[in-house]
Design a binder for this molecule. Structure first.
Ligand code: UFG
Length: 315
């Protein structure tokens, strides 16, 4: 049985990956410092190691018996990264170097890494391909790009998956694995919890898009994890591939609100607000490479992401 180390396995995406990996017959060791994750999100079948990427000995111990790594752990708030760039470099880049060093000690040479669309910065292409210029506009994106380069230089078998906007939720055998960020900054959870007294702020209505609001490419977390499992099977010796993961199409903020209103059967209170610093107008992934290299295609639409997000929030 293949034993995988899942770093960040107590977070929204990592906990979903852990549950689905077990459902598919993998064995998982979860490594998470619980700085932003939740212990109760860790699948009960997993071996859980509470540890930090900044602790080389803890990493070495957790890797015993593993054949591959799926690396989700890291700081992931764009706004916070602007305020604390050193922290983002330290945890994300130095922490990943520790992980790669520990893997080398054990002779483990397979990794699937959660990179980000934030590596591209202000996009010059629509859709964005893996050949598009990577020029991050914040320390979070810069840290992900630095890790991608570090992995390339290491010569191990690797696939970096550059996520666009991840949404939805997975219903595991023990319940929904909800998106539970604190603070929550992502559009869909905020749309679902908006009230008259605390309406959703629409960040900018004067963008150069059809309805003036930003366009993003949303991908269901279950489809996203499916791509990770395919990536594990597609790793090639000494080759590092970069693959975008999105749906290949985009929705504006207003379109997301209106789809949420249909799913919820009520209006979503929203107010027009100034643009958020650093936001590009449009971010849409080309998923041609994900399809050709991994044989992957997303199968869950925006409505399914919204329905699953609603169900996961009410449990
Ligand atoms: N938005 C609002 N109001 C809100 C929150 C978001 O209008 O209260 C808008 C944003 O301006 C943006 C869209 O909704 O246009 C999506 O915003 P999110 O914060 O949900 O997601 P981002 O596109 O900013 O960020 C995502 C990932 C990041 C990653 C980035 C890559 O969450 O980790 O894509 O650019 F860095």
């Amino acid at each position: 049985m293949t034993r995988i180390l899942v770093t960040g396995g107590a977070g929204y995406i990592g906990s979903t990956a852990t549950a689905i990996l077990f459902d598919r017959g993998y064995e998982v060791v979860v490594f998470d410092d619980l700085s932003t994750g939740h212990a109760d999100a860790v699948d009960s079948r997993a071996t859980f190691v509470q540890g930090s990427l900044l602790d080389p000995a803890a990493l070495r111990n957790a890797l015993v018996g593993c054949q591959a790594v799926i690396h989700f752990a890291g700081k992931s708030l764009v706004g916070e990264s602007v305020e604390k760039p050193e922290l983002y470099h330290h945890v994300n880049v130095d922490g990943t170097q520790n992980l790669l060093d520990a893997m080398a000690i054990h002779g483990i040479d397979k990794i699937v890494f959660s990179s980000s669309a934030a590596t591209y910065g202000q996009p010059v292409d629509d859709p964005i391909t893996e050949e598009s210029v990577a020029s991050p506009t914040n320390p979070y994106g810069a840290s992900k790009l630095a890790i991608d380069k570090m992995i390339s230089a290491s010569g191990i078998s690797a696939i970096s998956l550059r996520y666009f906007n991840v949404a939805g939720a997975y219903e595991s055998k023990t319940g929904w694995l909800a998106e539970r960020h604190n603070p929550e900054t992502h559009l869909i959870p905020l749309v679902l919890r908006a009230t008259e007294s605390n309406p959703l702020k629409i960040f900018g209505t004067d963008w150069d898009t059809a309805d003036g609001t930003c366009i993003r490419d949303y991908v269901h977390v279950v489809d996203l994890i499916e791509a990770h499992i395919l990536a594990l099977g597609a790793l090639q010796p000494h080759l590092h591939e970069i693959v975008n993961l999105g749906s290949g199409g985009g929705y504006s903020v207003r379109q997301v609100i209106s789809a949420a209103e249909s799913v919820l059967g009520r209006t979503v209170p929203a107010v027009e607000s100034p643009r958020r610093a650093g936001d590009p107008a449009t971010l849409v992934a080309s998923i041609v490479k994900a399809n050709s290299l991994l044989g992957w295609k997303p199968s869950r639409e925006l409505n399914s992401m919204l329905r699953d997000a609603v169900n996961s929030q009410v449990q």
